[in-house]
Design a protein around this ligand. Structure first.
Ligand SMILES: NC(=O)c1ccc[n+]([C@@H]2O[C@H](COP(=O)([O-])OP(=O)(O)OC[C@H]3O[C@@H](n4cnc5c(N)ncnc54)[C@H](O)[C@@H]3O)[C@@H](O)[C@H]2O)c1
Length: 367
């Protein structure tokens, strides 16, 4: 059974369950036999994977602001989770420029609220706090950032995620190290993810799919920008494995882990779009995308994660090749939006394929 069967029959609370990652995580946990409760302020996009997959009818769907201490506390006390995955956040970088205070508030105080509520939990409970690769102070070096590197951020979104890590560290040392504490915590840092069912603003795959559904050509301004693309299931397998291990072993308590793709997974925006356009069925790439600018790419803005700690401590490693990641992403949108396939069935099928690949490739979490 995947993840040492840690989730079957267990109660799992996901904050941010209506978002892109949260919807995939809820579907995966549901398929693992967990009893899932989700807590979010709203459904953030229309359309959304959450609604297309009918997740409100499959899990215990609760609405509320993550900064609302009384409301969140009441949800935790009534549901009594064995596991908590905290994903609720203002997660869009461009929004952080329009709404910096709200971004800081949701991401830092929201995380502090989760930790404050967990302080009161007196039953065995394991919590994974999801932040981002953007927590690191990007000092423009070419090698990957390690968990011990300095936190920092030159933009508000990065600062808000670094701030969430600082809130975590201070709460951990102040309240969660005593021997009678029944809660175990860790943070997880991953970078940009792609996969079917993301409709968030200003994300390249979502922008393409929106344009192609309306028979528009998508415009690209930074075709040569490279990003370490990874499928959404890659970090989610890391979060789930971290949760499973943390529940069994106190050595993981208070630790932070990076989850990122292999180095060769870096590809340009142009390469990504060419692969997606091919899967979508665009015979002429000129109809799919048009390069309208060529902003010189500043390589220093590319931040890579070093995932050696996850490999050594958790035996976790990425599972998909670049090609598989692109194909799965393109196929999901093509088959659901053009082919009329059921979104939940497609998502479940991708999870099953991902587990099958992991088994064939000897990944420890599925052994
Ligand atoms: N998607 C990525 O590429 C990526 C990369 C690195 C880190 N992350 C992190 O992973 C997590 C999930 O990201 P995502 O892509 O699914 O984001 P998303 O924008 O799709 O979803 C965000 C979720 O948080 C909820 N939320 C926002 N504000 C809230 C509030 N005030 N109270 C309660 N709920 C609130 C939304 O309703 C939604 O469910 C976030 O913490 C994000 O910062 C995402």
């Amino acid at each position: 059974m995947p993840f040492n069967d840690a989730y079957s029959g267990r109660k799992v609370l996901i904050t941010g369950h209506t978002g892109f990652k949260g919807s995939w995580l809820a579907t995966w946990l549901d398929s693992l036999g967990a009893q899932v409760c989700g807590y979010s302020d709203a459904v953030p996009t229309t359309p959304s994977l959450f609604e297309k997959a009918g997740l409100a009818g499959r899990i215990d769907h609760r609405l509320g602001d993550i900064r609302d201490l009384a409301r969140f506390s009441q949800v935790v006390k009534t549901f009594r989770p064995d596991f908590v995955f905290h994903l609720a956040a203002q997660a869009i970088v461009s929004t952080s420029y329009n709404n910096p205070l709200e971004t800081l508030d949701v991401n830092v105080m929201g995380t502090a609220t989760v930790l404050e509520v967990l302080r009161d939990v007196d039953w065995p409970c394991t919590a994974v706090i999801i932040t981002s690769d953007k927590v690191y102070d990007n000092v423009e070096w070419p090698w990957g950032y390690r968990e011990t590197d300095a936190l920092g951020g030159k933009d508000v979104y990065s600062a808000s995620k670094g701030g969430a890590e600082l809130a975590f560290k201070s709460y951990f040392h102040s309240f969660f190290t005593k021997s009678d504490v029944s809660v175990r915590l860790a943070t997880a840092r991953a970078g940009n993810v792609i996969g079917g069912g993301d409709w968030a603003a200003d994300r390249i795959v979502a922008d393409c799919v929106r344009a192609w559904c309306e028979d528009r050509t998508v415009e690209i301004r930074s075709p040569r920008s490279t990003r370490p693309w990874q499928h959404v299931l890659e970090p989610l397998s890391g979060y789930l494995w971290l949760g499973a291990r943390l529940a069994q072993d106190a050595n993981y308590h208070g630790e932070a882990y990076n989850f990122g793709p292999r180095a060769e997974q870096n590809a340009t925006v142009l390469e990504l779009l060419a692969a997606l356009a091919e899967v979508w069925g665009h015979e002429n790439p000129e109809h799919a995308y048009k390069v309208t600018g060529n902003i010189p790419f500043h390589e220093a803005s590319l931040l890579k994660l070093n995932v050696d700690k996850a490999l050594l401590a958790l035996s976790w490693e990425p599972n998909l090749s670049y090609r598989e990641c692109m194909t799965m992403t393109g196929e999901w949108y093509r088959d659901v939006l053009k082919g009329g396939n059921d979104a939940l069935a497609m998502t479940q099928e991708h999870i099953a394929s991902y587990e099958r690949f992991a088994l064939e490739r000897g990944r420890v979490w599925v052994a």
